[in-house]
Design a binder for this molecule. Structure first.
Ligand SMILES: [Zn+2]
Length: 165
């Protein structure tokens, strides 16, 4: 899901959009067929945090599973994000799991896309879709190709979920 990032929302302490802007957003959403909403305060806060570029490659100490990178794509134009433009938090409450709470801003379409992921050292990835439902998939094979394929699969599912009937 792509989210309209309004500079005004960021600087006015998240004042709700005016009626005119809401209408414009709905029209734009109808035109593009993409689910859009106003970015939340939390998402705008994440956007101000450093990028997660330095996180990769991430190696789980318990199993040795190495996550070389994650491909994130814009929920609006579907172009891949430069990892330097993906911001947010990575927390590791227990050794075998990392939680990623991220947003990325697309310079092309001025939209931000949120990503909420939980990756475990046994190669399972849980991710939250735009309906707030958690989904799971397995990172199938070792090595860079396997990780890339798995993420492409996930993004394919996200695209399907994001497409109106
Ligand atoms: Zn974009």
């Amino acid at each position: 899901m792509a989210i309209r990032s309004l500079k005004r929302a960021a600087t006015s302490n998240c004042t709700p959009m005016s009626e005119a802007n809401v209408t414009r957003e709905i029209k734009k959403a109808a035109m593009t067929g993409i689910t859009q909403r106003v970015a939340t305060c939390h998402e705008l806060t994440l956007l101000k945090l450093p990028s997660i570029a330095e996180l990769f490659p991430f190696r789980f100490k318990d199993t040795g599973f190495e996550l070389k990178f994650i491909l994130f794509t814009c929920g609006s134009c579907e172009k891949p994000f430069d990892i330097a433009n993906v911001h947010g938090t990575c927390s590791q409450v227990i050794e075998s799991v990392i939680d990623l709470d991220l947003v990325a801003k697309c310079v092309r379409c001025d939209m931000i896309t949120p990503f909420q992921l939980r990756i475990s050292s046994d190669r399972y990835c849980n991710w939250k879709d735009h309906k707030g439902v958690w989904n799971q998939f397995r990172i199938y094979e070792p090595g860079r190709k396997g990780v890339t394929d798995a993420w492409h699969d996930m993004l394919g599912v996200i695209k399907k979920l994001g497409t109106p009937n």
